[in-house]
Design a protein around this ligand. Sequence first.
Ligand code: SUD
Ligand code: ADP
Length: 277
Amino acid sequence: MLTFPNAKINLGLNITEKRPDGYHNLETIFYPVLIEDALEINILNEGNGKFRLHQAGLEIEGEAESNLVVKAYKLLDDRFNLPPVEIHLFKHIPSGAGLGGGSADAAFMLKLLNNKFELGLPDDTLEEYAAKLGADCAFFIRNRPTYAEGIGNIFSPLPLSLKGYQIWLVKPDIFVSTRDAFAKIKPHHPEMSLKEIARLPVEEWNGRMVNDFEESVFPQFPAIGEIKKEMYRQGAVYASMSGSGSSVYGLFKEDAVLPEVDFGEKVFVYKSQFTDI
Ligand SMILES: C[C@@](CO)(OP(=O)(O)O)[C@H](O)COP(=O)(O)OP(=O)(O)OC[C@H]1O[C@@H](n2ccc(N)nc2=O)[C@H](O)[C@@H]1O
Ligand SMILES: Nc1ncnc2c1ncn2[C@@H]1O[C@H](COP(=O)(O)OP(=O)(O)O)[C@@H](O)[C@H]1O
């Protein structure tokens, strides 16, 4: 059985409070983007292990045991004693990018196991399992435009569509640690709530919709801030870093012609029209 975990971008991200448990309360909008990994599971017949992970495409640091697809399998295996599985993961979504690729893989693994082994888990339950694997992981269960608060795990669906716009997304060869990015932030409440800003036309987002991580990440990695400036020079209606970085996206009118720009070596670039979700 095969599935295609997709990335997300953050439309705005306000970090409002530091919590006693060390995590931060925030508000953000998660929006799905069709940059995709490929994830396949089959029943594993040989050997006596419970899983075997084969990886291709972009490299992921760490042992198989720390891969989020394996953690997702173990989570459901502990509860349902699943058959052994052979896992194939083709990585296309860059990591350390603010695109939630690892979280997407984990959430799609839960959905895949639920279907393959007919566990009958409803989305609410899958979201509960996903939340144990990462703060933004549960978003990928329903995978639709979502307003998120709490630590990024309390959701309400949002009637928002970017159909009629193009996205140009650039991920430089810079890895930003989410944990470090949080550590440099001074939490504060925004003047205008993100939910209110999202109701405005995209043309009015610039200057209002803010990603608080930019303030701490751009001074440390000026090259990321330069990409955002370039997006606006090229006519973006709105541009922002996604999540804790390092990817930056620009939203452009449907008929805008996006040029080839040299953003440096080992840069990941994605250009696409938004379609209906
Ligand atoms: C902040 C966001 C916005 O989309 O960043 P990106 O990962 O997308 O860049 C996400 O919610 C991140 O979600 P996720 O990447 O799953 O975070 P986790 O693995 O749970 O947490 C990584 C680390 O970030 C910090 N952390 C995370 C979430 C949060 N609300 N407060 C925090 O302080 C903690 O130090 C934690 O150890
Ligand atoms: N399947 C996976 N895909 C990507 N990263 C993974 C995966 N499993 C574990 N990780 C780890 O999760 C971390 C964050 O990855 P990811 O969620 O893709 O980025 P981001 O938090 O920037 O959106 C990486 O440091 C990586 O080592």
